[in-house]
Design a protein around this ligand. Structure first.
Ligand code: FBP
Length: 550
């Protein structure tokens, strides 16, 4: 028996709120045939069994159907996101409500569990231990890619052995892309296994018209915003530090944007804007240093700067430098590794083109080293490991020192750096995520009962009270387009980056100059699990702003 905190004990009894339609008798309503977001003909050809299916909406029905018992498998794929346990609980309750003889099996440590036949049955006792808790530890998660037919066939062996007729894959855009490929494959060979996806990722980049948010984004952003708010109050109290805070999120800046909308920092950089406006690193440094200098004129030698983790990839000049470094190191790696550490930097500078050499030489020692040392299995720099927060803090400091010498700046500049990511990924889900995830899982059970495959569980209208949420399913092929991956064109779910013409970014852009100079901080405080609905059930600012305009 695990030791539990008072909050854990109380929270275990929370009953997630669900759409009204999921509480009673459910009827399926089918929409018109669908098409993919682009590259329609190619995707149609690649997915002949799962292309063009209608969007499914669950509506209130009148006749109770009887369902045969079904064995279902579930996989947690990729990075942790708050609410995963409630997806599994919703799925469990959903299949049991249709037939109490149904059984749920969890594959251990992600897609690898399916391929390597590592599984456990999830019984009522186990599920109850994990209701409304954070983390993915009920079965663990993993980043193995389920992408080729050998793996699909290996998986099918264990599915057949356990008589599993449906598999639910809880993951981000890549895992759901692979869920769709698996659904198509099993449909083609007549395996008799349905595949359903669920939208997970704190990054918030798996979203579109039918999937309004990925689960976990709400809770993770609330955790980061709480801590940034605390930092803002700290720096507004001592008035001596500038805090440079990097936030997870991969390429997309949704997390940084959402946190900015919640806390009103002095600076938040949005990678997508940097790329669209062709900003250089120097432009970013000048912008931040300009804000620091302006606030110093008003006697405010403190502030906060939010930085999305993928920023470096979006600075066009650095992207070019990384590309040249990748090519160079791919061909001269052993020669490079023979060079003494202390001489590696000047060696690289000699080998690069003039433009890239100049940029590389201007980077702080640690970052220059990270760019040459850290490669993923495909030979790419792992940009998330680059300490952008330190890079910017150091370079802004250097710029201010230059300005001080020129008599243009007379403030004080002391920094603290932070990276927030892991702190929020396994937090106990907010009410929003607890409700949303449970509903996604229950909906997945409904899609299984109606014989669907190649669908993603979808719950919409989530800024309304939960009873009015709209549950159903969206064909995954509908979200796909063709993209170049590792040198080949592949069908993938279109990644959602921050839209510069979208309402949340526009809201930020309207206020950012005022927030830069004033001290207009908002202190969101910790997630509240018990209390008035306006405190406990608020969706993200992003969703509220997006849905207010409809
Ligand atoms: P997913 O895309 O799998 O949901 O991962 C989210 C994330 O937290 C990213 O924000 C971050 O870059 C990455 O995972 C970190 O990966 P890891 O957990 O392997 O260190």
């Amino acid at each position: 028996m695990m030791n539990k905190s008072a909050l854990q004990i109380a929270r275990a009894t929370y009953k997630p709120k669900v759409p009204r339609t999921l509480e009673g008798i459910v009827k399926i309503q089918e929409g018109n045939p669908t098409e993919s977001v682009s590259d329609k003909e190619v995707i149609k050809k690649l997915f002949p069994h799962t292309y063009g299916m209608p969007v499914i909406t669950f509506v209130e029905g009148t006749e109770r159907a009887s369902y045969p018992a079904v064995n279902v498998g579930v996989i947690l794929s990729g990075g942790q996101a708050p609410g995963g346990h409630n997806v599994i609980a919703g799925l469990f309750d959903g299949i049991k409500s249709m037939n109490p003889q149904s059984r749920l099996y969890g594959f251990i440590l992600g897609p690898g569990g399916l391929i390597n036949h590592k599984y456990m049955e999830l019984t009522a006792g186990i599920i109850d231990e994990y209701r409304n808790t954070g983390g993915f530890d009920i079965i663990g998660s993993g980043r193995d890619k389920l992408e080729n037919e050998d793996q699909f066939n290996k998986g099918l062996e264990i599915l057949k052995k356990l008589n599993i007729k449906a598999l639910v894959i809880i993951g981000g855009d890549d895992s759901n892309t692979n869920a769709c490929i698996l659904a198509e494959y099993y449909a083609r060979i007549g395996a008799g296994v349905q595949v359903i996806g669920c939208p997970k990722t704190i990054d918030g980049d798996l979203k579109n018209e039918m999937i309004e948010t990925s689960f976990g984004f709400d809770t993770a952003c609330k955790v980061y915003s709480e801590v940034i708010g605390n930092i803002q109050r700290d720096c507004n109290s001592a008035r001596k530090y500038w805090h440079f805070i990097k936030l997870m999120g991969r390429s997309a800046s949704h997390i940084a944007l959402e946190c900015a909308l919640q806390v009103q920092p002095n600076v938040c950089i949005i990678s997508e804007e940097v790329e669209a406006k062709n900003r250089s690193l120097d432009d970013i440094i000048n912008y931040i240093a300009g804000v620091v200098a302006k606030r110093a004129e008003n006697g405010n030698n403190f502030g906060t700067v939010l930085i999305p983790e993928g920023l470096i990839e979006f600075i066009p000049a650095i992207k070019r430098l990384i590309n040249e470094l990748n090519d160079f190191l791919a061909n001269h790696d052993s020669e490079f590794r023979m060079i003494k550490k202390s001489e590696q930097r000047s060696y690289i500078i000699r080998k690069l083109s003039e433009e890239n050499a100049e940029l590389y030489a201007s980077l702080p020692e640690a970052v220059a080293r990270q760019l040459t040392l850290d490669r993923d299995p495909h030979g790419n720099v792992q940009v998330s490991l680059i300490e952008t927060e330190k890079l910017l803090a150091e370079m802004v400091g250097n710029r201010l020192a230059e300005w001080a010498e020129e008599g243009k700046y007379a403030g004080k500049f002391a920094t603290q750096v932070h990276f927030f990511g892991y702190e929020g990924r396994c937090a106990a889900p907010s009410n929003y995520d607890a409700d949303y995830c449970y509903s996604l899982g229950f909906t997945a059970a409904g899609l299984i009962a109606s014989g669907k495959t190649g669908y993603m569980s979808s719950v919409r209208n989530t800024t309304a009270p939960a009873s009015e949420w709209i549950a159903g399913g969206v064909p995954i092929t509908m979200m796909m387009n063709m993209e170049r991956r590792h040198g080949e064109m592949k069908p993938v779910i279109q990644k959602a980056l921050v839209k510069l013409d979208g309402a949340p970014f526009k809201e930020f852009a309207t206020h950012k100059d005022i927030w830069a100079i004033n001290t207009d901080y908002v202190y969101p405080g910790p997630i509240q699990y018990f209390g008035p609905t306006e405190v406990c059930d608020q969706p993200t600012r992003t969703l509220q702003i997006e849905q207010a305009k409809k």
